[in-house]
Design a protein. Structure first.
Lengths: 162, 795
């Protein structure tokens, strides 16, 4: 079996994989990083969104072996160094932007990519951006609110709660 | 304690830390040592006789441990149904066996034929392709009315017909209702379809089981809303395992909406297979499998009629509904269109006479069961559509016709003609609040603005009452339930003062770990941070019925409150001894026991410690320890109610519906955590809007499911929905549970669909479109507009 090496959340990792092993399976089963979820089999739901070389990618749609040498970031790598929640994570908590939590990692990773590109999105832009992330619990109201709140903190216009 | 973490405070959820950092523990995150993987080979035809099922080649494939078929479960029972519904003629519902794997026949696409268990999932999948299957196809039964015709192909040969039951409610009302129609000033009739939905929690189902040879004990980790119910059903009725040898754990569960109530064959499969193979066995559903195996929801075809007097007062209504059961009966399949449907069918109105008739029908489709709201969305939809149609026919404002027919605030408790008694409500007040928060006053100007832009704007109202907080055991027992629906709680005060609360309910997004801690914190006056909520493990929590039917707060929360009251009563005895006072003089406030009228007091922590260090107290009259259990069995349902207003804009050229705004004013009784409750309103409304505008479950004539992926089944996305304006400030207190709460989980899914459809019909009224069925897709709306145009032109 081929071996793949990559950086995941700042750590060098490697593992033997089958050619058909998806990135999400490598993360979940190979590295036991189970925060990245699988919610569908047609690349629609976005529960598996991670960052590959800084951009959001659906981890169910890329083979692990394609990512030799890549820099991958998952939900487990989103907290601050002291373990406290990052700005986007805190905004989701403060605005009740999650219920069952299953879509949440993908939402946070997707939002992080959006806000890295545009830290002052309109509500409409946030909703359009989330087109590839499905949530069945929240009706998106509080997810959108969370992302706009995180953007305000990033711009220095608002303080994170606590 | 602060106001923040007592009842009424929007305490942030303690669950969120783990979910936001990727360390939640869902069932598929669990791997057990030596685990093998199961893959189900499923039928790709809807109906047929299995003439060949040869697994020998598959058993020789790499990594395969065993291939299971129905023969391996010959001794197992069928998956049970929890409710006995009796037909109008006194006969019992027809109840075919629902096997773990297909026995001789397949009856819906997705039914399990065989299961490969292998060292890896990939090996199991590969080997399943080597199973040889031949099925002699039979004509699939997919249309309910055709299914009931004489000579129709039967879904189950051994049954009399495809009619599961023909139920009347209340049958004694029927003659008086029919008589009222004979003499009524006006009769409004409406035929409609309540489209079949798929619940689609984002976490697919999963089950992992292991067996301990030394102790003969099984452990099942599963995606369930009610682990004790699964243990009872699977142990007692399917696999014959006593409770003492079966532990069921439902860890973090990623949404459910009803679809994870039922005991599924995959759970029984992995449990049995773990013992047969001597290895832990895991099965994880794919999304495609979820579409053909998770219980689906709704799917009613209804004719509803209202008799009115000359002023538009409701005199009587009657319904005839065909309810699709699918190919087999799941757990709540027969109660959903009957006792979860009929009692709420009168809505918030004082209609004196009512009769509900439901015919349940077997078809070669995926089994149908309770989906968020379960029966109440269906009865609310038909009534609220009918009310709008009656208003139009009689030229009465749709808001006014509702207002004049509401049960009045002074009329509670209100005995309906449909067996239930509403304990409290103020329907006029929630309607007023909805009109305020939806800015109804500005509607005419907004309509004019849309019109100037070539668009059609419409406003739709829907008001609703549900019977939830399932359920008074004595009442439902009389109605055919095979279980009680009380709830349990154990409150354990630990020696250093921290508290563990064990609840029989289960959270899968509702935030119980936070809200239930607030209940205890409020009663004891201590910080919620010292209170943990434990749920989801039959080895830890007392027997309880789980979470569905908006019951967790109203029944489970009430059990926690009752158990906490017992704790307070006993703690006062310890406190009285410690401060050398009479127990009757001891009061608890702000986490401190004080003696009335003195400065003597003892802190909560000292009382807790004393309970476990019984060196010096009257052990002859006071047992050590501070732990109490309560079972709460409600005496009545709870009756949350609300008024919803939806505003839409329709593009007449394309038929595209845009939901511009949605206002929900709900009466949930006392609210424990307003932030969480608002989130439940949002989510429920989103699912209701989804059903109204986007979602449909489509089978072709051969029983193939055409909408079995997120490419085909349109779940609402962020850009399909508006921001919601929700309110729960106008409330009346529930009179028969200790918290005064009413239940909020299902509200939005109940009230939203008619509000949306009424709004679209309001927009389309100028074009002559007065009836349309969900979902309101562009093609459906466009066709309705085109069909109405010749008629409008001729007028």
């Amino acid at each position: 079996m081929p071996t793949v090496s990559m950086t995941v959340n700042g750590k060098s990792v490697s593992g033997e994989i089958e050619g058909r092993t998806l990135l999400v399976d490598f993360l979940r089963e190979g590295l036991r990083l189970t925060g990245t979820h699988v919610g569908c089999d047609t690349s629609q739901c976005g529960a598996c969104v991670v960052h590959v070389n800084g951009a959001s990618v659906k981890a169910c749609t890329v083979f692990a072996q394609e990512l030799d040498g890549a820099d991958v970031r998952t939900i487990e790598g989103m907290a601050n160094e002291d373990g406290s929640l990052g700005i986007i994570q805190a905004a989701f908590r403060d605005n009740h932007g999650l219920q069952c939590g299953f879509c949440t990692p993908g939402m946070v990773m997707s939002a992080a990519d959006l806000l890295a590109q545009n830290n002052n999105p309109t509500e409409h832009e946030v909703r359009e951006w989330l087109e590839g992330n499905i949530c069945r619990c929240t009706g998106y109201h509080n997810i959108v609110k969370s992302i706009l709140a995180a953007a305000a903190v990033m711009r220095g216009e608002a303080q994170a709660a606590e | 304690m602060t106001k923040h973490d007592g009842i009424g405070g929007s305490m942030k959820r303690r669950e969120d830390q783990r979910f936001l950092t990727g360390v939640g523990r869902y069932t598929d995150d669990i791997n057990r040592p030596g685990q093998a993987y199961a893959h189900f080979l499923r039928s790709d035809v809807a109906y047929g006789r299995i003439t060949k099922l040869d697994v020998s080649a598959a058993e020789g494939m790499p990594g395969v441990l065993k291939v299971f078929t129905a023969e391996d479960f010959a001794d197992a029972g069928g998956l049970p149904t929890a409710w006995q519904v009796t037909s109008r003629d006194g006969s019992a519902q027809q109840e075919p066996k629902h096997p773990i794997l297909a026995e001789g026949f397949v009856r819906h696409v997705g039914e399990g034929l065989a299961v490969v268990v292998a060292e890896t999932l990939e090996q199991a999948r590969d080997a399943s392709e080597a199973i040889e299957v031949e099925i002699d196809e039979l004509p699939a039964v997919t249309d309910m009315k055709e299914a009931l015709e004489d000579g129709a192909q039967k879904v189950h040969e051994e049954l009399i017909s495809n009619l599961c039951f023909d139920w009347g409610f209340l049958e004694d009302n029927k003659a008086a209702v029919d008589a009222a129609f004979e003499t009524a000033h006006h009769v409004t009739t409406l035929e409609l379809v309540n489209n079949r939905c798929v619940a689609n929690p984002m976490e697919p189902r999963c089950a992992v089981a292991e067996y301990d040879t030394g102790t003969d004990e099984y452990t099942l980790f599963t995606t369930s809303q009610n682990p004790h119910v699964i243990r009872l059903l699977m142990g007692a009725f399917v696999l014959n395992i006593p409770e003492t040898k079966l532990r069921v754990v439902a860890p973090d569960v990623g949404g459910a909406f009803g679809s994870k109530i039922y005991h599924y064959g995959e759970e029984a499969f992995v449990t049995r297979a773990a013992k047969v193979l001597g290895r832990p066995v895991k099965w994880t559903s794919t999304r495609t499998e979820a579409f053909v195996t998770d219980a689906q929801g709704r799917d009613h075809v209804t004719t509803i009629e209202m008799a009115l007097d000359e002023k538009g007062m409701f005199l009587a209504f009657r319904t005839e509904t065909y309810a699709n059961m699918g190919a087999y009966l799941r757990l709540f399949a027969t109660v959903t269109p009957t006792y979860l449907h009929g009692p709420a069918a009168g809505g918030p109105y004082r209609t004196p006479l009512a009769y509900v008739n439901v015919k349940a029908v077997f078809t070669n489709t995926v089994p149908v069961d309770a989906y968020r709201g379960a029966g109440r969305p269906e009865c609310t939809y038909q009534l609220e559509r009918l009310v709008d149609k009656a208003a139009m026919e009689m030229n009465i404002d749709p808001i006014e016709i509702r207002r004049q027919n509401f049960v009045k605030p002074g009329e509670f408790p209100y005995q309906t003609p449909l067996a239930v008694e509403y304990d409290s409500g103020n329907y006029h007040a929630t309607l007023d609040k909805m009109m305020e928060i939806s800015n109804y006053a500005g509607l005419a100007a907004r309509k004019a603005e849309s019109s100037a832009n070539g668009k059609l704007r419409g406003f739709g109202c829907a008001t609703w009452v549900e019977c939830s907080g399932l359920a008074p055991s004595q009442l439902i027992g009389a109605l055919g339930a095979r279980a009680g629906l009380y709830e349990s709680a154990t409150v354990r005060v630990n020696p250093t003062g921290g508290i563990s609360v064990f609840t029989g309910t289960h959270a899968h997004g509702q935030g119980h770990e936070t809200a239930f801690a607030q209940i205890v914190a409020d009663k004891l006056g201590i910080d919620a941070d010292t209170i943990e909520i434990v749920h989801g493990d039959t080895s830890k929590v007392p027997f309880g019925m789980g979470t569905y039917g908006s019951r967790s707060g109203a029944v489970g929360g009430a059990a926690i409150a009752s158990a906490t009251d017992k704790i307070i009563a006993k703690a006062k005895k310890f406190a009285a001894h410690l401060v050398e006072a009479s127990e009757a003089d001891v009061e608890l406030a702000d986490g401190k026991f004080t003696v009335a009228g003195t400065d003597k007091s003892v802190a909560w922590g000292d009382v807790a410690l004393a309970a476990y260090v019984p060196h010096n107290y009257p052990s002859d009259t006071l047992e050590p320890g501070l732990e109490e259990t309560a079972f709460f069995d409600p005496v009545n349902f709870v009756y949350p109610a609300g008024a919803y207003g939806c505003e839409v804009e329709v593009d007449p050229d394309t038929g595209k519906v845009e939901v511009l705004s949605f206002a929900a004013a709900d009466d949930f009784g006392v609210v424990i955590n307003p932030m969480i409750v608002a989130g439940q309103q949002h989510g429920g409304v989103a699912q209701g809007v989804g059903q109204a505008v986007l979602e449909n479950t489509v089978y072709d004539a051969s029983g193939q499911l055409l909408s079995a992926s997120y490419m085909d089944y349109a779940l609402p996305r962020a850009d399909d929905l508006p921001n919601f304006v929700v309110d729960h400030s106008v409330f009346t207190v529930c009179t028969h549970n200790p918290l005064g709460v009413k239940g909020c989980g299902e509200a939005g899914a109940i009230g939203a669909p008619p509000a949306v459809v009424n709004a679209v019909l309001d927009a389309l009224a100028p074009l002559g479109v007065h009836e349309i069925d969900m979902p309101l897709t562009p093609s459906r709306v466009w066709k309705a507009i085109q069909a109405a145009q010749p008629a409008a032109a001729a007028e």
